[in-house]
Design a protein. Sequence first.
Length: 312
Amino acid sequence: MSKVYDVIIIGAGPGGLAAAIYGGRSRLSTLLIEKGQDGGQIAITDDIENYPGQIVDGESGPSLIKRMSEQVEKFGAERVSEAVTSVDLNGDIKTVKTAQDEYQAKNIIIATGAYPRSIGCKGEDEYKGRGVSYCATCDANFFEDFEVYVVGGGDSAVEEAMYLTKFARKVTIIHRRDELRAAKAIQEKAFKNEKIDFMWDSVVEEIGGEDMLQWMNVKNVKTGEVTKVEADEEDGLFGLFGFIGTIPNSELFDVEKDERGYIKTDDNMHTNVDGVYAVGDVRIKSLRQVVTAAGDGATAAVQVERSLSNYF
Ligand code: NAP
């Protein structure tokens, strides 16, 4: 506990990993704390085609993250695999407590990302892992040759629906409006995919089944009509994947946030607390992508370095 790091980075998604690469390379004493696997949401994303340089066929989120983690190691950041339980951001020396230990640093970079929002239908909690999922990469293979439904209309929903067509017999996207939010290039691919169908202006109200997910009531928000969707008799179940956005992992941090919990920063990733920065999906920003998270991480680490060298 006696060591005071220059910077502790909490979270090893693309933002945290980029900060650790820049921190280590600038010879800052850097500690990266991650409770699970590296990569955050990208670790469960199959296809990444818009990260600059990521054009090798068959490359995925995990393969990109693996290289980033190797780069962190190369530049010498220390790492621990522990869950942060509390932080004290006051004063010049900040304290981070985990279930196992306590760490101190002059600066903190919050890179804790966000987690998937629940679909919000009746019965959802009961059928998690029994038909309901929020991760195609994790669970698609359970639905080999079954029918699958995807809720959402953003980039995640449409991209993950396309991934699911590699396994499922048919994938139906249920979207609450009559046009997708996803980028046009992603939409075009989905519209061309013969295995993808759409239920427009629709929301899932209730789901159920004996043991596994077997039926759901889907309401048309324009007409009010409720359709009962039932599993094919021979299948006996179907899959329901939710991709309707995210909620920030920001609860632990006493910094300024918006009404949804996203952390406010300036252009240089400073929060309203001296020596505390936020990067990636956990902060308020207009574009949540690997490339912008990595850019945030680099910016924050350089800010730390400059503040420690009294560069300002
Ligand atoms: P998102 O862009 O916020 O889209 C969420 C989708 O879910 C929207 O279509 C929204 O409908 C719908 N939705 C929200 N709340 C709902 C509710 N209660 N019931 C039913 N539907 C609901 O989230 P995302 O797709 O997870 O993407 C998050 C960020 O990551 C975005 O910035 C996205 O661009 C980025 N991303 C990029 C890529 C890529 O570039 N390859 C891939 C994945 C994610 P409305 O459209 O009606 O609001």
